[in-house]
Write a new protein. Structure first.
Length: 364
């Protein structure tokens, strides 16, 4: 199989794990990187000499590059992805796929007409923990899924991130930042969503950075920082969802799936290989379930590798643009519901991603 050639746009904090992993997958070859700050792309070249540092324009114009991986800040996601599609490239972006759902829908339409693919993070649902949970659900271990809960709680990112301002701008907030992990996992486990009812608030008008190098700087909050509600799925399952940057602490699970014959405790969807637990009607105590799937370590970039393999094999890829766009519409629906005071019926859907075969990707 010929290796799919990849160019990466955006060499910030998240890019490190992408370069680390993408340079190890047999399916892809990372050949170029670009960043608005030349020192950032040069730092990548210093660590990975086989990768060349170029401008974004040069990367998009390179006919040898098959997939453009977009790791820029959310406000640039649509611009870079659209430019990639218009250059005839397959594109894969960090979450969220775009800030606005209309832009995501436009991107999918453009890609369809251009005959190229769109993919999007998160790809943690392809990791060992969540794929093990998926296998248990598919095997009927907890019967028919009836309901679910998903909770992300924190007191924001300004105490650790070196430049946290964009988390509180349009395209940020706990839902668009962390919601993709939780909602993508729910769609992977339960199928596409049908409607959303939500309530949101921005608890503080401004936040104070306590991390370096911007310690003491004030951030104006432009987005809701506490988002909660329910999601109705096409399967009939109902999920309770909470994402917040306003809570100091909580004793809540990450994700739980409640079935007709038992319950499943799903690991942190921001990780790849944490433990899975199950409780059934026959055994009233939680039991650990051995992880049965690969990619237990931090494997960000796995979705790109699966996309590359799927392109080569002529098969659908799993971290698809349709999935990412559907999740984006779900996330925005919480705010729309809160503003309108009613339930929001979704206009999009997607195919539930196929399980990742145990031996589908070579990583070394």
């Amino acid at each position: 199989m010929n290796r799919i050639r990849v160019g990466v746009v955006g060499c910030g904090v998240i890019s490190g794990i992408y370069f680390q992993n993408l340079t190890k997958f047999d399916a892809v070859e990372v050949v170029a990187c670009a960043d608005l700050i030349p020192a950032m792309s040069q730092a990548v070249v210093d660590k990975y000499p086989s990768i060349k540092a170029v401008s974004t324009e040069q990367l998009l114009a390179d006919p040898s590059i098959d997939i453009v991986v977009n790791l820029t800040q959310p406000k640039f996601h649509h611009e870079v992805m659209k430019a990639g599609v218009q250059a005839g490239k397959h594109v894969y972006g960090e979450k969220p796929l775009s800030v606005e759902y209309a832009d995501a829908a436009e991107l999918l339409s453009l890609a369809d007409r251009a005959g190229v693919r769109v993919g999007g993070a998160p790809d943690t649902f392809l990791g060992a923990g969540i794929q093990t949970a998926r296998a248990l659900i598919d095997e009927g271990a907890i019967g028919e899924p009836i309901a679910a809960s998903a909770f992300f709680t924190s007191h924001g990112v300004e105490n650790w991130h070196p430049a946290p301002g964009f988390y509180y701008q349009r395209g940020g907030g706990p839902m668009l930042d962390m919601g993709p992990y939780y909602l993508t996992t729910l769609v992977n486990l339960l199928g596409p969503a049908k409607s959303v009812t939500g309530s949101v608030r921005a608890t503080y008008a401004e936040r104070t950075i306590t991390s370096e190098p911007l310690n003491g700087t004030k951030i104006e909050v432009e987005v809701p920082t506490h988002v909660s509600g329910t999601v109705d799925f096409e399967s009939g399952a109902i999920a309770t969802v909470l994402t917040t940057f306003d809570i100091w602490g909580a004793k809540l699970p990450f994700i739980e799936i409640y079935g007709s014959e038992g319950s499943l405790s799903v690991p942190n969807p921001n990780n790849f290989g944490d433990p899975v637990q199950i409780l059934t009607c026959e055994k009233s105590e939680w039991e650990d379930v051995p992880v049965t799937r690969p990619f237990a370590a931090n494997s960000r970039g796995l979705g790109v590798a699966d996309m590359a393999t799927s392109i080569s094999n002529g098969e659908p890829h799993r971290a698809s643009g349709a999935l990412a766009a559907h999740v984006l519409e779900v996330m925005h629906a919480f705010g729309l519901s809160s503003d309108s005071g009613g339930r929001i019926d979704l206009t999009s859907t997607c195919v539930r991603p196929a399980p990742l075969p145990v031996d589908s990707l070579v990583f070394g």
